[in-house]
Design a protein around this ligand. Sequence first.
Ligand code: MAN
Length: 522
Amino acid sequence: MVYYSWINHLQSFVLVIFSFVICAQSDVPRPRGVSLSKASLYSPTKDFTCFDGTLTIPFSHVNDDYCDCFDGSDEPGTSACLNGVFHCTNAGHQSQNIPSSRVNDGICDCCDGTDEYASPESCPNTCEELGREARVRAQQLAELHKAGSYLRVDLIEKGNMKRHGMAEQLSQLEKDKSEAMKIKEEKEALKNELESKENEALQVYRDAEERERQLKAEQEKEALVNEAMEYFSKYDSNNDGILTIDEVKVQNVFDKNKDGEVSEEELQYFMGDNESVDKDSFVSSTWSMLKPLVMMEKGMFKSPKEVEEPEGDAEAEMGEEEELDETAHDDDAVDLESPSDDDHDVESEQTRTYDEETQKIVDEASEARRQFTEAERTVREIEANIRNIQVNLEKDYGLQQEFATLEGQCYDYDDKEYDYKLCMFQKVTQKSKNGGMEVLLGSWGEWAGEDGNKYSIMKYTNGIACWNGPNRIAAVNINCGLETKILSVNEPYRCEYKIELVTPAACDEAFTTQQQASHDEL
Ligand code: MAN
C-alpha cells in the first residue's frame, strides 16, 4: 500500500514536471495546451481562476493532472478533465484545439506531436510538410477564387440587370393589366348590350316555339281522348254510352293473361268493383290501363331492330283492328319510337334558322362573346406573368444578386442508379435509370449556410414523401468554381440528398485574406 502510494506520487510529480514545461515555441510563455489568445489568463505569479469563475486555485494546481474546475480550464495540458481543451500550436501548419481527453492517449492528433508529450518519439512533427501541402492547396484555392471572382463580377452585373429587367417587366405588366382590364370591361359591356338585343330578338322565336309546343300538346291530348273514345265506341256494342261487364267479357284485349277468357280478376283490374264504366271514366282512367295491351296486340311495341324494318311488312300483318286504329294512333306509335322531345329540341336549336335581321343580331352577339372571352384570357395571362415575376423578385439571389442569373437554370448529374436534375431556385428531381416517374426531391426553400455565410447552402424541401418516412429534402453545398456544375450527389441518409455544386457566383476575391487571417496564430 505504501509502495503503491509512493509510485502514484512519483507519477504525478513526473506529469506535473512535464505539464509545467513552458511552451518554448512562441514568444509568450504559457502552460502546455494553452493557446496564445488565452495565455494571459494563466499567469504563474497569480492564483488561477477557472474560466467559469466558480473557483480560484493556486497556480501550481494548473496542469497538475487533477481536475479542479468544472469547465476543465485548469487542466488544458492533461487528460484529467473530461471537458478540457488542449491547444496545439502546430507551428508551420494550422493550430488546433482537441478534447484534452486525447492527451497522451497513444494517438497522434496534433501534427506537432505535442498531444503525446509523454512519448514524443511516437509522434514526430509533420507540421512543416503538412503545412506546405496545405499552403499549396490554399494557394490553388485562392487562385481559383481570384479567377472565379472576375466571372462573379460578370454574374453580379447580369444579375442586377436581370432583377432590374424583372422590375421593369413587372411595372409594364401592371400597365398592360390595367389596359387589359379596361378592354375587358368594354367588351363585357358590349357583350351585355348585344346579348340583351339578341335575347329580345330570340324571344320572338321562343314565344312562337312555346305557342307551337302548347298547340302540339293540346293536339296530342285531343288525339288521345279521341283515340280512347273510338275504342270505347268499339267495345260499347249496343252504343248506349255504358261499357258493361258483358260487353267487356267478349273483347279479347281485356284478357290480360291471354288464357282465352276475361276472368274476374281481369274485370276487377280494369273496372274495379263497378258493374259498368261510362265514357268519361273510360277516357280518364280505364284507357291508360288498356292502351298498352291494345298496342301489344297491334304489335306496336317493337324492338329498335324491328323499327328499322320496312313499313310494308308490318302493314301486311295488320288485321281489322289495326286498320281501325291506323289513323288515330299514328302519333302514339311515332312517340314511342321516335327521339324524345328534348332531342328534337336540341336538333331544332342547332338547325334553327332566323330571319336575316335576327341572324345579324345573333352573329354580332356571338362575336362580342368571343371577344370578351379573349379579353378575359388576356387579363388572366398577364396576372399569371405578374405572379411569376413577383415570386422571383421576392427570392434572395445573394447580397449582390450574384445568383440571379442562375434562376431557372438546370444542371444534370447522372450516377449509377439515378439521373438527378437541379433547377436553381426551383426544384431538385431524381429519375431512376430503370424508368419510372420523376421523383421530386424538394422545391426551393431557403438559404441555410452557417458560420456567417448563408449563401453556402441551398435547401430544397417538401419533396415526395419517402416510403414510410418523411418528405424528401435536398441540400446543395455551394463552392467556388469556374463554371456552374454539379460535382456529386449523395444520399447520406435515406431520402436526404446532398449535392455539391460549384459556381463562379460563390467565388470571393477576399478569400486569400480570410485564409491569412485563419493562419494568424501559427
Ligand atoms: C427511391 C429513391 C431513393 C430512396 C428510396 C426510398 O428508390 O428515391 O433515393 O432512398 O426511394 O424508399
